[in-house]
Ligand binder design. Structure first.
Ligand code: GRF
Length: 202
């Protein structure tokens, strides 16, 4: 399965995909795109010999036009699955229609709790004792698509977002490659009676 990764930042999740699934288990990472031309994620891709491109808001006054250009580039590269790994932009409906049930995201919270841009801060402010990571399909909403994988971690004394993220990152780095591996194996489907429910064949 040809996989593209969209990333805006550091790209540690991209690195986990490059290290753990790229070139095996039927997975090839063939493209990495960003909305930030200086994203360290792009350097990680180049070091791995993966094609990169940037699609900047400044070059496309309207997001649908930018997403169209990005989708054209990805489809031209034979991409079958799009993985959002710290991609800080919403995708247009048209982009999602071009990759039906083929866009996934990793989020550092146990969805549906704490969607959005500051999930760990929001969870700490709420006072939760259990944190976690979700890998989910992307739909038209914000972190609202069907859940593929989740893992929780109890941190009853957590106070500081950075230390929570330090605990969550290694979980993300396991869960996201695992989800890609399962999708490549054709082991992920939807319960026909309730398409919110993702069924994993282990
Ligand atoms: C991760 O915490 C991911 O859950 C969120 O953005 C962050 C990206 O981190 N969506 P990195 O760039 O992969 O290090």
């Amino acid at each position: 399965m040809n996989v593209a990764v969209l990333a805006s930042g550091t790209g540690t999740n991209l690195q986990a995909l490059l290290d753990r699934v790229h070139g095996r288990d039927g997975v090839e990472i063939v493209a990495v795109a960003s909305d930030k031309p200086d994203a360290p994620a792009l350097d990680r891709a180049r070091r791995a010999g993966v094609a990169t491109a940037s699609f900047l808001a400044a070059d496309y006054p309207r997001r649908p036009a930018r997403d169209r250009a990005m989708a054209d580039w990805l489809i031209g590269g034979g991409v079958e699955l799009v993985v959002l790994a710290g991609y800080m932009q919403l995708l247009s409906a048209e982009f999602l229609e071009r990759f039906p049930d083929r866009v996934i995201n990793v989020h550092p919270a146990l969805l549906p709790a704490f969607p959005g841009l500051r999930p760990v801060d929001d969870a700490l402010a709420y006072g939760v004792k259990v944190f976690g990571v979700t890998v989910h399909f992307v739909d038209g909403g914000v972190d609202s698509g069907p859940v593929i994988l989740q893992r929780a971690v109890e941190l009853p004394d957590a106070r500081d977002p950075a230390s929570v993220l330090d605990r969550l990152h290694p979980i993300e780095h396991e869960l996201l490659p695992e989800a890609v591996r399962l999708l490549a194996r054709g082991a992920v489907s939807f319960d026909p009676a309730n398409r919110r429910r993702v069924v994993i064949e282990r």
